[in-house]
Design a protein around this ligand. Structure first.
Ligand code: BES
Ligand code: MN
Ligand code: MN
Length: 456
């Protein structure tokens, strides 16, 4: 495999320059002001796939942003890998906290800084380059199909119908995704689980207009005060979520699983130092690894209302709002949890206010079994690239389409992610390590071989 290492080394600069070209286009799916650039990015990705050697590349139209498709079918009797990734990115706000502009990528300290560097343009592009190597050395050992979507960061709302309508086109043996992180380059890991998501917006309305907080304060319910109390009551003193029935379907980890998790190499002091916190926080009786990996959680993502301009304005606001997310674990269903939340939230509202609960997009959790050929192939691929057996780790993040890949296409997903928790995805100064990019690309090439081998 010296040929691979040589190829990667020789082409590294070109790979990075191509990635920079992609990172420069602000494909912010959440913001309609970037509609043109998001479409432009799709076309750019299509061109890159075509240049790497993919056949039948196309932009598949959906009700939203198109899905970029490409394939290389060398022999119908060989196994097929279906690669998924996303070309859309999160909004870069707050802009003032970036050290360099989010869409003007810079390379610094062995990392490339830009919105989307790790999530997911950088990780998606490793697949294009791994495929390019296999094509240019005439060593592709199996068939491959690519679907790169543009709406992952807004819930992949149009992708479900796309996969339902294209079952035949997407026929494959495994799904391969690089859109998660690993513990470190020294302790490579494979993501074996993703959380589900229930995302809800709430509005609490008090009086029919903003009031003078002196004339009416103390006599009329303040929707912000009420909302804060309602949110605070969603967890008890042990940080257990108090929504009735919330934990009913949670599969509790066995003592064996928990002791295995406790072996995960992880340094709590370093974790705290990197985040600038003095103490971690969470559900009593569980470790940080358990809280993020195997326990469901509830967080306020945004809260607003009243006067937030300069100076003081004495006002008792008419409305208060919040966006609340719950991360779910097997076997919780997002629809059920959303329903439980809605009923509970409405039931705890005092008569002095009205409450409106609006569900947003959601998604089901996913677990990758580790006793399968696919997992063994992935493990072997990491071993070849890193010289170490990877540790299975369950992630706190969500990729809602993964559960649907299983439901609709009947396919298991391998989450071969190479990001690091310090990449600051969704945050200012997002970055992706060049080493991660190169090692990731190498591992993906190995996976094509280990996977094809197993299927012989
Ligand atoms: N790539 C992330 C998901 C992720 C990150 C999984 C790190 C595991 C580790 C993905 O792009 C993402 O941000 N997903 C959203 C969900 C979506 C419905 C907006 C998330 O997890 O918040
Ligand atoms: Mn992502
Ligand atoms: Mn993301």
């Amino acid at each position: 495999m010296d040929q691979l290492k040589e190829y990667l080394e020789k082409n590294q600069d070109r790979f990075l320059n191509e990635l920079i070209e992609l990172l420069k286009v602000p494909s912010i799916s959440a913001d309609s002001n970037y509609k043109e650039q998001t479409h432009q990015t799709a076309e750019l990705v299509r061109q890159k796939l075509e240049a790497a050697g993919a056949d039948n590349t196309e932009l598949c139209q959906t009700k939203g942003y198109p899905v970029v498709y490409g394939e290389k079918i060398i022999d119908k009797s060989l196994p097929t890998i279906l690669v998924y990734g996303h070309y859309d990115v999160q909004p870069p706000d707050p802009l003032e906290l970036w050290d360099s502009p989010p869409f003007e990528p810079v390379i610094k300290d062995g990392k490339i800084y830009a919105r989307g560097a790790a999530d997911d343009k950088g990780q998606m592009y490793m697949h294009v380059k791994a495929f390019e190597f296999l094509m240019s050395t005439d060593s592709l050992p199996c068939n491959v199909k690519f679907i790169i979507e543009g709406e992952e960061e807004v819930g992949s709302v149009n992708l479900e119908s796309f996969i339902e309508e294209n079952k035949e086109k997407l026929k494959a043996d495994v799904i391969l995704i690089s859109d998660t992180s690993m513990l470190s380059l020294e302790n490579p890991s494979i993501t074996t689980g993703l959380k589900g998501l229930s995302y809800i917006e709430v509005e609490v309305t008090g009086p029919n207009r903003d009031l003078h907080s002196g004339v009416y304060g103390g006599a009329v319910a303040n929707p912000i005060n009420v909302l804060c109390e309602m949110i605070a009551s969603l967890k008890d003193e042990n940080n257990h979520i108090t929504i009735p029935g919330f934990y009913d379907k949670v599969i509790e980890a066995s003592p064996e699983e928990r002791s295995k998790l406790a072996e995960t190499p992880y340094d709590e002091e370093e974790y705290k130092a990197k985040l600038g916190i003095d103490e971690v926080h969470g559900e009593a009786g569980y470790s940080t690894i358990e809280r993020t990996g195997i326990r469901p959680t509830l967080d306020v993502n945004g809260i607003w209302g009243g006067y937030i301009g300069e100076g003081a304005k004495t006002v008792l606001p008419s409305k208060a709002n919040a966006k609340i997310s719950m991360r779910l674990v097997p076997n919780q269903s997002d629809d059920e949890i959303t329903e439980l939340f809605k009923n509970h939230f409405e039931s705890i509202a005092p008569k002095s206010v009205k409450v409106k609960v609006t569900p947003h997009h959601g998604g089901e959790p996913y677990v990758t079994p580790i006793d399968t050929d696919e997992y063994r192939a992935a493990s072997e691929a990491i071993e070849r690239a890193f010289g170490k057996t990877p540790i299975p780790v369950r992630a706190g993040g969500s990729i809602p389409i993964v559960a649907l890949f299983e439901q609709v296409l009947g396919l298991k997903t391998i989450l071969l992610g190479f990001g690091l928790d310090t990449d600051a995805i969704h945050s200012p100064n997002e970055s992706y390590g060049i080493q991660n990019f190169m090692k990731g690309t190498e591992t993906i090439v190995h996976f094509y071989h280990t996977f094809s081998q197993l299927n012989k």
